[in-house]
Design a protein around this ligand. Sequence first.
Ligand code: TEU
Ligand code: CA
Length: 540
Amino acid sequence: MTATQTDWWRSAVIYQIYPRSFKDSNNDGIGDIPGIISQLDYLKTLGIDAIWLSPVYRSPNHDFGYDIADYLDINPEYGTLADMKQLITEAKKRSIRIIMDLVINHTSDEHPWFELARDPQSPYHDYYIWRKPRWGLFGHNRLPNNWTSFFTGPAWTKDPVSGQYYLHLFTEHQPDLNYHNPAVIAEIEKVMNYWLDLGIAGFRCDVINLIYKESLHNGLPRVAAGGREFYLSTPGTHKIIKQLNREVLEPRKAFTVGEASDVTIEQARIFTEGDELSTVFSFDHVNHSGAGDHSQNLKRSIIKWQEGLAWNTVFFENHDQPRSVSTYGNDKTHRQTSAKMLATMLLTLKGTPFIYQGQEIGMTNAPFKKLSQTKDPVSTMVYKLMRKSLMPKALATKAALSIGRDNARTPMQWSPAQNAGFNKDAQPWLMVNPNYKTINVEAEAADPYSVMNYYKELLELRRTTPALISGEIKFITDLKPLLVYDRTEGSETYRIFINLSINPIKPKTSLNGLIVANNLPGTHMPQTLAPYQALIIKIG
Ligand code: TEU
Ligand code: CA
């Protein structure tokens, strides 16, 4: 949607729910929509304005909802369409908007369109991307090109019915839709209108910058996402998003956040500053290899993107990323302080912040030991790849567990009761993090100095402080482990000090003014920042 200064989402804080892991109301081990409804008051008290729901559509769950078999119906595990309507109504009563996940790069291979598409004579065949096998040394059996899936392995699978290969940038159960076909765009517009008619406020658009494949030429050889030269943020993608905006989003004032894999700042500007999307998720700040100083990458990237774009999202976690306190903080010796330090950045940088469920209580990565404890298909695929390249089992397991996305997907920790209060007693679909006895909503609510109460205070401060929402941002050069910046609106300036390191550090910038938030106890102005200390100071 074309942005204006007064759009609701510019002052909103959005909370992401991964429905499978949020709250299980009927004790079958799987989170559900009635469970979400039962926690709306909790979310309201926390102080958020909108919810992004990861997919709740009908799905065979090869990628837990990111493989959709019916865009217009709810997965029975999560409830019914009536439950979804009730969620929208109950949320509206509390002035909470609902944003749904729109996964349109691909469908499930169990979607009726794909089932029909297996017949080359069917009009649905052209909804997907098919190629005949190429001639090879041993006959008519070579892959159409050298593209690889985001999850490793070839991006093509041969369909036994048609004898042709279909393209899939993710698992083989997620065939890519063909955006060269106008009929596909028309179908997707129907889906978007259907949900907007039911009263939702917009969409988080899954891998939206990959939808249009410019050609199917061989790309550079790569283990994952090979062929990206021909599908990342292509002119064809921009054209289609413009069309969706013109025909559906703009007339209905729908908010969008486009998940944009490997997007450059220049491309992100085109997506967000014209007549395409409201905002995007870019990943530069959270993309880092296992080694090195993650906090330095975070700092460098934050400054670059905050200076490079007029407005965008701010996030450190989602259902694909490890827990931020385990990556950028210290979840052993400084869990509370470092989780609050990250909260301070999240809620005072320029942009629309997204809190991922559990982040507000400082949930940590899970201590998975065995592959059998994980459910994410990525873990299995990485393990297979490592074993194929002859890596020993123990190392391959370690790699698979660290790349797999289940760390953020363990059930929400509500209380010290059995299964963290996620449900009554049925075994949850994914293991509960054993630290739930101390880290849970109930315990956090009882402790005035908890991570959760700090989030509440900051959300309240933000609501009542225009400089922290719409103020200009200016970064101040200081020592390497520190991030220092000002937010200014009119005559009011707030200076934010963030110590990203585990060491005490005396900043070069002088510490003066009125402390309005401090992630450590004490009201006096320190001269040295303690490990992971964060301060918001009113300086003018
Ligand atoms: O994610 C796209 C994506 O690129 C990430 O999954 C990325 O590959 C991953 O973070 C690296 O480990 C979106 C969804 O968020 C994800 O859950 C889906 O699996 C994927 O699209 C396919 O729909
Ligand atoms: Ca359930």
